[in-house]
Design a protein around this ligand. Structure first.
Ligand SMILES: [Zn+2]
Ligand SMILES: [Zn+2]
Length: 677
């Protein structure tokens, strides 16, 4: 047994090398230094590490948790729990096995972002964002790592606690997060290869407004030998019981086990059941749309089931339907599925299926994208969004983008609904949405696709992408609106690899030839003017915000390094712009500034830098500096940050910056909501 164990004998002599990943897990958005996701990866040789994508397509390993946990265990003499017997000799095989299973991770999952209180040296408390990573080990122990955000590396680790779940042969885990009357309840749902599913309490005193269960809750206790393969927990609102509830779903063999948890005055209510008749083979992957509770399961035979929860008086039931991938992709084997954050796409990993009753000699893994929503549904969801952030709904905007690129116009209903929203509420989100639509429309009208600002530097990566139909990366898509690499198929499309862009371009050439060049140029100029107007509105709104911050944080006449006077003059210079709040605010600020102007100076010639342009500053000697769109300061360092869409630039914070300027610099792009780095 020892000789065959690939962890202890990684060389393995004649055995095949252990490469690849056992499991990986994405953190919630907002965890790395740029406000994006971290990736926890568990390799086949049981090494658990955390990675960040800090530069485009450049992954960096930030921490090796296996090594750190090993050090902790060594320091504690491999006795983490008081009940542990005094440890034996490493030469004894049972002791060897015990130590092995207590540090072999099975799965790991991230919690949502929570707030913790940190006590500073002067006894002052401050709220810090943090995230938890739970790691389930072979012996049933769970290590809960707490990280301070943004996660930078080893120094961001706040604590690590080990919990005993007491579950034998544990196979999966998931966080249980429940919000009720502003009280957040948390726990860990653990499943076993023998069948049982249990919620384990997690006690973390440092986390604000955070509660847990008094004792473990058994969701399923039969040792029926149906291994729990995957667990998802979805927060929902019960329309009949009028309260929030948690839906826990677990894939057990070919069945889906579900459990509805409701907290009422009487205590915790648990309803559970199994959904059968879904698959004839065991479920290999399961994913859930957290917005509406729709669950997707798949078995290896290319069959995907969509399960829609329907609430009944007390609990719920599921309606399910089959999604036949063979109709879209031909005969395939499926290995995994994942639904995109807002439910616009289902990503499926496939390989070729059997041909003439024979399995293919080689396996080519492909990621296929299946659209789950129509353009109209995506547009409606974006209009009614509570997130109000385009970057966080990039899968929905992608569907809207394809539609506009293809049709070369913004559908009437969307334009009207958006104008209504803009009129009725002042949120800049709708202006940004409008800007997004106009930019895509502009792109769709251009004869040649706009110059590509960035391409992956690895040629191989590019070939991979263009090789597989129906594949595209978000970053690519955002920047290369007219890229030919990504072709996406909707459920209705039966043809394979329909290149939407090709057809779109052809029809453009035809229409421009028929209609002559002039009307097209005019149309482009008209859209350009609209884009500029929307950008100007968004700039003014952000200028107001910056001025508000300046006003709040200055008591005396003071040079804040933000060109306050310039911004005020810029806002007032346009006669067409009449905004009462802006005028009042500027009046207060000018009073405070007491006739001082505090102009910026060119670092090359020391001349004054006038504020005449929101995008750049030019001194009298012709030196041009770009302006930071977050603070409107001129960036004179030549090193600056850009948003993902490259529509604006921002400076880096410096140690001398006061806290409020640092906070302004942390903001997302004011035009497209994407992080700036
Ligand atoms: Zn100069
Ligand atoms: Zn941007």
């Amino acid at each position: 047994m020892f000789m065959l164990d690939r962890v202890f004998n990684p060389e393995g002599k004649s055995l095949t090398p252990m490469r690849g990943f056992k499991y990986s897990s994405w953190s919630p958005l907002g965890c790395d230094a740029n406000g994006r996701c971290l990736l926890a990866a568990l390799t086949m040789d049981n090494r658990l590490t955390i990675h960040a994508n800090l530069n485009r397509l450049q992954w960096v390993q930030l921490v090796d948790l296996t090594e750190l946990y090993g050090e902790r265990l060594f320091e504690a003499s491999y006795r983490l729990c008081k009940a542990d017997a005094p440890c034996g000799e490493l030469g004894d095989f049972p002791e060897f096995q015990r130590r092995h299973s207590m540090q072999t991770p099975v799965r790991m999952e991230w919690s949502g972002i929570c707030t913790t209180q940190q006590v500073k040296h002067n006894n002052e408390c401050r709220d810090v964002g943090s995230v938890l990573l739970a790691v389930l080990f072979e012996n049933g122990n769970i290590a809960v790592w707490q990280f301070q955000l943004p996660f930078l590396g080893k120094e961001s680790i706040t604590s690590c606690n080990t919990i005993e779940s007491g579950i034998s042969s544990p196979s999966v885990l998931s966080w249980w997060e429940y919000e009720h009357n502003n009280r957040k309840m948390s726990g860990l749902i653990v499943g076993s290869a023998y069948g049982p599913v249990k919620i384990i309490p997690v006690n973390l005193k440092a986390v604000k407004g955070y509660f847990t269960l008094r004792q473990p809750v058994v969701l399923w206790q039969e040792m029926d030998q149906l291994p729990v393969h995957s667990i998802k927990c979805i927060p929902l609102y019960h329309p009949y019981q009028k309260c929030s509830c948690s839906l826990v779903v677990a894939a057990r063999g070919p069945y889906v086990f579900w459990c509805l948890l409701l907290i009422s005055k009487a205590g915790l209510n648990v309803h559970n059941s199994h959904v059968t008749g879904l698959h004839s083979l065991p479920i290999v992957s399961m994913t859930a749309d957290k917005q509406n509770g729709t669950v997707y399961t798949c078995s290896t035979d290319g069959k995907v089931r969509q399960l829609i929860p329907i609430f009944t008086d007390v609990a719920l039931k599921f309606e399910h339907q089959l999604i036949k991938l063979s109709e879209v992709f031909g005969c395939v084997r499926t290995h995994g599925i994942a639904v995109s954050p807002c439910g616009a796409y289902l990503a499926v990993i496939t390989t070729e299926g059997m041909v003439n009753g024979l399995h293919p000699v080689n396996k080519n893994y492909q990621v296929q994208f299946v659209t789950l929503k129509t353009f109209e549904e995506a547009a409606a969801q974006l209009l009614e969004s509570s997130v109000q952030n385009l970057f966080r709904q990039v899968d929905l905007t992608d569907l809207v983008r394809w539609k506009i690129l293809k049709d070369k116009h913004i559908p009437q209903f969307l334009q009207e609904a958006l104008d209504k929203k803009i009129e009725s509420c002042g949120s800049t989100y709708f202006w940004r949405f409008k800007l997004f639509l106009l930019r895509i429309l502009y792109q769709s009208m251009q004869k040649a696709p706009s110059e590509v600002t960035w391409r992956p530097s690895h040629e191989d990566a590019k070939i991979l992408i263009s090789d597989s139909p129906g594949m595209g990366s978000t970053e690519d898509d955002q920047e290369e609106g007219t890229s030919k690499q990504a072709s996406k198929q909707s459920m209705g499309d039966t043809g394979k690899g329909v290149d939407i862009d090709d057809t779109a371009e052809d029809s453009l050439h035809q229409s421009s030839d028929a209609g002559g060049r002039e009307p097209m140029v005019e149309k482009l100029l008209e859209i350009q003017a609209q884009i500029e107007a929307v950008e100007m509105h968004l700039t003014r709104e952000h200028m107001k915000r910056v001025l508000g911050e300046v006003y709040l944080h200055t008591w005396i006449t003071e040079n804040t390094s933000i060109p306050t006077r310039g911004v005020c003059d810029f806002l007032m210079s346009d006669d067409g712009y009449d905004d009462r709040t802006a005028r009042v605010l500027i009046g207060h600020i000018l009073k405070k500034m007491n006739k001082q102007t505090f102009p910026e100076h060119c670092s090359l010639c020391k001349e004054i830098l006038p504020f005449t342009d929101r995008k750049q500053a030019i001194c009298s000697n012709g030196h041009i500096w770009l302006r930071c769109f977050l603070t409107y300061q001129s960036c004179q360092s030549l090193v600056y940050r850009r948003c993902l869409l490259h529509d604006s630039i921002a400076r880096h914070p410096t140690p001398e910056d006061p806290e409020w300027i640092k906070r302004l610099l942390q903001g997302p792009c004011t035009f497209c909501d994407s992080p700036v780095f």
